[in-house]
Write a protein that binds this ligand. Structure first.
Ligand SMILES: NC(=O)c1ccc[n+]([C@@H]2O[C@H](COP(=O)([O-])OP(=O)(O)OC[C@H]3O[C@@H](n4cnc5c(N)ncnc54)[C@H](OP(=O)(O)O)[C@@H]3O)[C@@H](O)[C@H]2O)c1
Length: 260
């Protein structure tokens, strides 16, 4: 059941905007009435038959305006749409809904990482929606349900908290691998040797409680090995990485009561 047609005006041709455009194109009975971006040429290759409007004020009327824009610009940018009686939402995890300066406002937050070339399985992406007005919330649930099977209502505070957790899940695990690569590069060892370990580790984490599958020197309390690692990092000129190693080791020791 796709229900009535939902019209969308999409603002922002960044990572989220472009992935959302692809998702809405496939969705049942969703009509994208216009696209806007600060640099309109960015839409050129993908807009097809959809009009690209030069000014935000020229966006045709729609049921929902979606602002897939940088967090810091949402407040000022939304003032340009404040004269329109159209539900306006942003796609940010961290920003509250009332950052938008429109009378009807809400949030349409996809809890996923969107890199330029990544293939997104929209059906499985948690779509977290929020609006203070019941009718608006119902509309967002309906729209979200047309691209994902995992739609939740989450308020501003919980979404911001979840966003912090998402940073640990996604961004920080990414930089951990970047640090690992810095070490293998310095040592002249192929980084690829670490990839089966990364796969097995994620397999374990995803199928178990992470605390139950943690191994390694900090978890075992192998103090000499830890000292050796810190020495090696400093010898390689990786002092920042040594500090992070120390902090995480302290976190593990505390978490598992190893200092008692
Ligand atoms: N990427 C993710 O994994 C992810 C996941 C979930 C939610 N989000 C949220 O989605 C939103 C967009 O993120 P993104 O990753 O798509 O960002 P992005 O790829 O960096 O794109 C940023 C967008 O904001 C526009 N922009 C930047 N400065 C502007 C200004 N001064 N005035 C008007 N437009 C401006 C950019 O326009 P130009 O193209 O002209 O520079 C571009 O359309 C953010 O709120 C973010 O928190 C991101």
């Amino acid at each position: 059941m796709s229900g009535r047609e939902i019209k969308i005006g999409l603002f922002g041709a960044g990572n989220v905007g472009r992935h959302l455009l692809a998702a809405f194109r496939e969705a049942p009975n969703v009509n994208i009435v216009g696209l806007w971006n600060r640099h309109p040429a960015k839409w050129k290759a993908v807009a097809g038959e959809i009009p690209v409007v030069p000014e935000p004020e020229q966006m045709p009327d729609a049921d929902v305006f979606i602002l897939a824009l940088k967090d810091d610009v949402l407040q000022n940018f939304s003032r340009r749409l404040s004269g329109r009686d159209i539900l306006t939402v942003h796609t940010s995890g961290a920003m509250p809904s009332d950052v938008l300066q429109t009378a009807r406002r809400g949030v349409f937050y996809p809890l996923q990482t969107f890199a330029p070339e990544s293939r997104v399985e929209w059906e499985r992406v948690p779509l977290l929606v929020w609006a203070s007005e019941t009718n608006d919330l119902t509309l967002l649930q309906d729209l979200a349900g047309r691209i994902s099977k995992n739609v939740r209502i989450i308020d501003d505070r919980q979404r911001a908290q979840l966003h912090v957790a998402a940073v640990f899940t996604s961004n920080f695990t990414n930089v951990m691998m970047q640090m690992a690569r810095a070490i293998t590069d310095k040592a002249g060892i192929p980084y690829e040797l670490l990839l089966p370990l990364a796969r097995q580790n994620f397999e374990n984490i995803l199928n178990n409680n992470p605390a139950d599958v943690l191994t390694g020197p900090a978890r075992r309390g192998d103090v000499r090995t830890i000292e050796k690692h810190l020495r090696l990092l400093r010898e390689m000129g990786l002092a920042n990485e040594a500090e992070i190693y120390k902090e995480l080791t302290a976190w593990i020791r505390k978490r598992f009561d190893l200092d008692k």
